[in-house]
Design a protein around this ligand. Structure first.
Ligand code: GLY
Length: 421
């Protein structure tokens, strides 16, 4: 733990940390459900115990990925999901002030430091802002700030002004294997922009912010359909700057709405509106959210199927899909957790009627996530918090399992909800 962690933390919290849930609740005097508040309080307390159990099983140098067939599956620090565990620990430390959680949080965050130089894909925002971003938010530690700025510089190397986007992956085959995408950009990339906005704020260098805004504008122009559903992967031609393919990698079909992609879009555009106050981004966030919440295929418990269009007429998978393998369409708890967290913030930027809609939807999601069949009990999943997430169904990876990022956004959403008092 760095020198000024605790004292700096208290000071920094006092001067700089206004939870986004608080904005919504103060602005519109939204009533929080006392029963849900109680549920959240006990879920957070239980999460602290569960994450202590998780920490005990975690090999040195590793981060949790999922729990499958009775085993904890882990990743090293170079995975896109590596920042979520230290980030969730930071929130749990903020909640509990538990010293064992604090030690684990600051030890694991330190594992992320070498990743500040990573330039081989776009996930620096997820990796560094969820981990070091939260560590900096809680401590104000200057070293953490420097690491974050360096990570933003690494991410910025992937921006191409001809396209107006950060390139997500270096190159990848289309799901049907027939094409090769040389400038793929995925909707998830909106999430990585928060690191860039942060870097501009702390350095005074507008470049990071400028490219984040440009990426958002390009995404707004090409990545969303007229009904404000979203494509997953766009492949751009760097000569014309235009998309030449609009497909999916993790969704059901090229014209479907992959639930987590939609969730990334809601969260991403909400965050970009927070940082820019540009109404175009607020409108996008709201319409993406409306598409999610009002979708006729959203189940009554508000936890989406892994894709909104599975088995729907007119949606043809480009991968080896066998419906018999899935007697029930799997849900994706991670998409609900991300969306719940985003909606609590979004409720603070809209009129009271819409605020009630978004806040109410977030409450419904949080209630479901906090109950069976989604919420784990004790160490049934090694200490991971949520069941029924889907990583990548077309690749048969992590289908209907706990996911570290589902846990992260669930804890974040609970913190946003509870901190509104
Ligand atoms: N960014 C990868 C995912 O959401 O699965």
């Amino acid at each position: 733990m760095k020198r000024n962690t605790v004292t700096g933390g208290i000071l920094f919290l006092l001067i700089a940390c206004i939870p986004h849930g608080l904005i919504a609740q103060q602005k519109h005097k939204l009533r929080r459900d006392p029963a849900l508040l109680q549920t959240i309080e006990s879920s957070l307390r239980e999460s602290v115990n569960q994450y202590k159990a998780l920490a005990r099983q975690l090999p040195p140098g590793q981060m949790p990925r999922t729990w499958e067939n009775g085993r904890l599956m882990t990743v090293a620090n170079n995975s896109w999901i590596s920042g979520f565990y230290p980030g969730a620990l930071m929130y749990l430390f903020e909640f509990s002030k538990d010293t064992a959680i604090q030690r684990e949080a600051f030890e694991r965050v330190a594992l992320m430091e070498p990743m500040k130089n990573l330039t081989s894909h776009h996930d620096l925002g997820f990796m560094m802002y969820c981990s070091y971003g939260n560590a900096y938010r809680l401590t104000g530690n200057e070293e953490y700030k420097k690491i974050l700025v360096r990570a933003a510089q690494s991410l910025a190397t992937r921006f191409d002004p001809r396209v107006g986007c950060i390139k997500s992956w270096n190159g990848i085959k289309s799901l049907d294997g027939k094409q090769y995408f040389t400038f793929p950009v995925i909707i998830d990339n909106m999430m990585n922009l928060e690191l860039l906005f942060f870097a501009s704020k702390v350095t005074g260098d507008a470049y990071f912010r400028d490219i984040a805004i440009k990426h958002s504008e390009t995404t707004l122009q090409h990545h969303l359909r007229p009904d404000f559903s979203s494509y997953h992967v766009l492949n751009y031609d760097v000569e014309t700057g235009l998309p030449v393919n609009k497909e999916t990698h993790q969704g059901f079909s090229n014209n479907s709405t992959w639930s987590r992609g939609q969730a990334w879009g809601i969260y991403g555009f909400t965050m970009v509106f927070r940082e820019t106050k540009d109404k175009r981004f607020l409108e996008a966030a709201c319409k993406l959210a409306d598409h999610f919440i009002d979708h006729p295929n959203l189940p009554a418990d508000k936890i989406p199927y892994w894709d909104f269009n599975v088995n729907q007429p007119g949606f043809v998978p480009q991968w080896n899909y066998d419906p018999a393998k899935y007697p029930e369409v799997p849900r994706d708890a991670s998409a609900a957790a991300i969306t719940a967290s985003a909606l609590i913030e979004l409720a603070g930027y809209v009129d009271k009627k819409l605020a009630q809609k978004y806040f109410g939807a977030a409450e419904a999601m949080l209630k479901s996530l906090s109950s069976p069949p989604y919420r784990t009990s004790g160490t049934e999943a090694g200490g991971m918090l949520l069941k029924h997430g889907c990583g990548g169904v077309p690749g048969n990876v992590e289908v209907d399992v706990p996911l570290t990022y589902a846990d992260y956004y669930y804890v974040e959403a609970m913190m946003r909800y509870r901190n509104g008092k």
